[in-house]
Design a protein. Sequence first.
Length: 276
Amino acid sequence: MGKLILCSGVRTERPYVFSQAGVRIYSIEELCYYLYHHVYLIEESLFTDSLLDWIGTELKLADRAEKLKTLKAKGADLKTIVTVVLCSCDYYGEKEIMSFLKVLDGVIGMPRWKRNFYKANELLNNRQYTEALSEYDRIVNPEEGNSLTPEDYGDVLHNMAIATAQSKGLKEATELFRQAYEHNHREESLQQFLYAVLLSGGDFEEKAGEYQVDEATKNAMTRYMEQIQGEAEVSDGMIEIHRLKQCKAEGRIAEYYRIADEIIEKWKIPVRQVFQ
């Protein structure tokens, strides 16, 4: 999970997988850590029968699993269920748990769209782009999207564009950034739209003129992109690109695809320096 967690209880060889976040847990301590650090992903559907069975059989916490099943059957609120889990071990102290429950109260009290928005943002930060897009789509559908202010709607589209750039490409992301700016009128959305135009080979000057961007801002943006491009030219990634071209020219197909996969995986992160 990216952090060393000391377990005083059972650590199983058969992990439970939170597929949405792409996280595997092996102990009750790791379950508590997951909940504590993924508050926006906590909802009733998280506590499935399979998770409760796993707690009972794999972690040897049959009594605790049975208590959770009883609470779930009686329709206990989310806060109660989370509290029972967090109190199943000594990983967090009383003050930490109370502080966390206050945060959870705030999340539960949010409008549904805002809660989904923060959930989508967390998935985006975890590079779960497809899952994030699914949540953003739920927010902007006519049934829910009509209740948002133009500014809020634009902010959702902005982050949706980031996820789209990573999963589908710049062409679709460019249009989403444009729509985001049309709604929220935020300078950040306009700049990301113009960066996307630059990166995708569009007419930057035309679009900048259309939105009345001043010369100083245009020059700063083009210098920034030239800086990134210059750094890329001497990076390990560019060296790999040359290797890739050589493999293709020499017919080494298996090696070609292997290097291509490595490049794509490495370059997904740097692109976000522009979009975040």
